[in-house]
Design a protein around this ligand. Structure first.
Ligand SMILES: [Zn+2]
Length: 248
């Protein structure tokens, strides 16, 4: 793999013919999270050796980006299985994407491509949970629980049925299969995504007006907004939002 830096991204050529693009802010993001975890562990588990605390904090800081990368690798594997040729995987601290020049040619292929990312996360989440149950109390169990929680959240949030999220690509595949009309299926899946977004925002408003603040309100509001603005944003940005597809 050859590394080089282009327009804010480091690129690596993967053996399968695609490139991994990593934004320069990713290591800073991981380092910031690691520092946060190290400080928390110094307060909560002072009996651990400094070396154990540091290595645990470093792994914990890298977990979110590693989970996002795993998600995209799920898409890459599925893309190659269904005859697509992925060109790039893009990783930034707050978004990741797999870029392929062509669309899947059948609803079943689209569904396989869409579900592979969340499936990779949910598979790892189950494995990490089993590891946490077997492990003795300590850093390994803590990291396994964190990996399980993160990957469950990532897998499920991507299944919200609003394009361009994977759940939205899944409903597009379903409507395409049901109607035989790809363009109609796209309009239907976008309309469904906006209905889901409106409903989630309605639930968030009900939570807020009942005086309930906290995690559930934040999740409902974020999921609702993502579902509402996602389709418009995806149309505006096009299939290659970072413009990396055919960069030399
Ligand atoms: Zn995905």
């Amino acid at each position: 793999m050859i590394g080089s830096r282009t327009r804010g991204f480091w690129r690596w050529q993967a053996p399968g013919g695609w490139r991994l693009w990593v934004h320069w802010s990713c290591p800073l993001f991981a380092l910031g999270l690691s520092t946060m975890h190290a400080r928390r562990m110094a307060r909560q588990v002072p009996e651990l050796s400094p070396g154990s605390r540091l290595s645990t904090a470093l792994v914990a800081g890298c977990l979110p980006l590693a989970s996002m990368l795993l998600h995209e690798l799920g898409h890459v594997v599925a893309a190659r299985c269904v005859g697509l040729r992925p060109r790039a995987v893009i990783l930034t601290p707050f978004a990741a994407a797999t870029i392929a020049p062509e669309d899947p040619s059948t609803p079943a292929r689209q569904l396989a491509f869409a579900l592979a990312g969340p499936a990779a996360n949910l598979g790892l989440a189950a494995l990490a949970l089993a590891t946490a149950r077997l492990a003795a109390p300590g850093p390994i169990r803590g990291l396994a629980l964190m990996a399980s929680w993160l990957n469950t959240a990532l897998g499920l949030s991507n299944l919200i049925p609003s394009p361009p999220l994977d759940g939205g690509l899944g409903t597009h595949a379903w409507r395409w299969y049901a109607t035989g009309d790809r363009a109609l299926a796209e309009r239907q899946s976008q309309a469904l995504g906006q209905m889901v977004g409106g409903s989630l925002l309605g639930l968030a408003a009900a939570e807020a007006s009942a005086g309930r603040r906290g995690f559930r309100l934040a999740v409902l509001a974020t999921a609702g907004l993502t579902s509402l603005v996602g389709p418009a944003l995806a149309r505006r940005l096009g299939p290659d939002p970072f413009g990396v597809m055919d960069k030399p």
